[in-house]
Design a protein around this ligand. Structure first.
Ligand SMILES: [Fe+2]
Ligand SMILES: [Fe+2]
Length: 132
């Protein structure tokens, strides 16, 4: 059976690929940067929505709100960084993608190295207890 963590690792890889594309083109063409940024924003917001409405709901039932406050706060921070980059592009300032990349990578790493493995384990134990 595929674990939630395995699915999320795949999702994060796709998102990071979109984010890396922005970094490659940013110095040469702001219009391309903005198009790629919007593509990333749409994908990342879809991902956050999924996490917050489907997965986090389950977490609350399993373990309460621990960790969720941190994750939701980081989602907000990532969204704000995207908005800031868009504003910079609109003012013809060189957008700072690196900071967004660092925050996104740290966030994803915490989810797939700590948060989701723990959740998978807890859900599994719950199922085992229910079956025994
Ligand atoms: Fe997340
Ligand atoms: Fe995630």
């Amino acid at each position: 059976m595929v674990t939630i963590n395995e699915l999320m690792i795949q999702e994060h890889i796709k998102l990071l690929r979109l984010l890396s594309e922005i970094g490659e083109k940013q110095q040469t063409d702001f219009f391309i940067t903005k198009t790629l940024l919007n593509k990333f924003r749409e994908a990342v917001q879809r991902h956050f929505f999924q996490e917050e409405t489907i997965i986090f709901e389950r977490v609350i039932k399993v373990r309460g709100k621990k960790d969720l406050i941190r994750l939701i706060k980081e989602h907000k921070e990532i969204n704000e960084l995207i908005d800031k980059i868009e504003k910079d592009i609109d003012f013809n300032l060189s957008p700072k993608i690196d900071n967004l990349k660092i925050v996104f990578i740290n966030h994803s790493r915490f989810e797939t190295e700590t948060f989701y493995p723990r959740l998978d384990k807890e859900l599994n134990n719950k199922i085992k207890i229910r079956l025994s």
